[in-house]
Design a protein around this ligand. Sequence first.
Ligand code: UD1
Ligand code: UDP
Length: 354
Amino acid sequence: MKILTVIGARPQFIKAAAVSKVLRSKYNEILIHTGQHYDENMSKVFFDELKIPIPDYNLTVGSGGHGVQTGNMLIKLEDIFVKEKPDLVLVYGDTNSTLAGALCASKLLIPVAHIEAGLRSFNMNMPEEQNRILTDHISTLLFTPTTSAVKNLYNEGIKNNIYNVGDVMYDAVKHFTNISKENSSIIDKLDLLKKKFILTTIHRAENTNNISNLKNIIEALNETSKTIVLPLHPRTKKYIESYNLVLNNNIKVIEPVGYLDMLNLEMNSEKIVTDSGGVQKEAYFMAKPCITLRNETEWVETVEAGWNIIVGTNKDKISKAIAEFSPSGIQKNIFGDGNASTEILNKISECSFN
Ligand code: UD1
Ligand code: UDP
């Protein structure tokens, strides 16, 4: 069987780092990088550090409006799919690269496997929500990370070929945590005291593209007496500059970091403040209190477990949570056992696509 995998954005590189090596133990995988993320610290660093196979194709689509970006991917993917004739196309998550890969395959009647299926924010203003709903409805195999994701699919009438395998990001964390401990010196490099800083990431469109949301978040970070470490996504950097927002000295702004440094920052932080999906889960895996800068989350289990608090972009709520939020619940195994990749391989092996 020939599997063709489409990735393009930072979290997908990390997920592929876990899944690709397992898939390749049995199958021929062709890897396509759409080029959605392209800066060295948003792309190459992950391939190098995590030993992700070099992509067979890079579509170099770059940035642009949703139509331009997704459309360019579709045009380029179709030629490759027609030439490579894969038995299965694999996509991850909810980015424009996910939707392009799934849609292109579906139109060519190639089966699609969606990893991280069934997640919902119930907020159709998010491009990610649009991408994931559309992708799930044209997918053949749906690999869910949580039981609530299974429920969401059922509620939309998708009832077949759902496999609740757990979260591949947990596989990645389990595999790379010790490697991070051995190789990352980011804490010393940034002169940080362990458990004495708040790690923050911001990149969600609803937060960056809205001046009052971004201003509230930055003001809350400015006003805390704690040290904030902020690996800055290029989207957010662009908007902070264009809105002329000023960051106080307690905020250490750094370039986006590689995954090994990121895990190290997470494991040594006091708390995590984020609007990232992946970082919310990693906070849970590392048993760190997570403060989520959104009005809802797809990762409801982390909130129900008491380890994640949803504060939106209300300045006072953010400040209060930074000062006071303390998890109350005992941690449970809500994301599987860290062997999702092997379960995915086993399920794919049971299906015949020829
Ligand atoms: C994308 C995904 C989002 C995911 C995130 C992971 C979509 C709609 N959004 O958001 O779901 O959580 O990736 O990080 O697919 N840029 C650079 N260099 C890069 C990449 C981006 O400068 O290497 C800048 C460009 O100005 C670009 C902007 O960041 O316009 C946004 O990039 P884009 O890939 O469109 O969306 P993300 O915010 O990264
Ligand atoms: N990440 C990283 N370096 C950074 C910021 C994030 O390696 O500077 C990792 C993070 O640990 C997680 C993934 O990127 O594994 C999350 O990606 P992102 O927040 O960009 O997207 P999302 O998960 O929200 O789609």
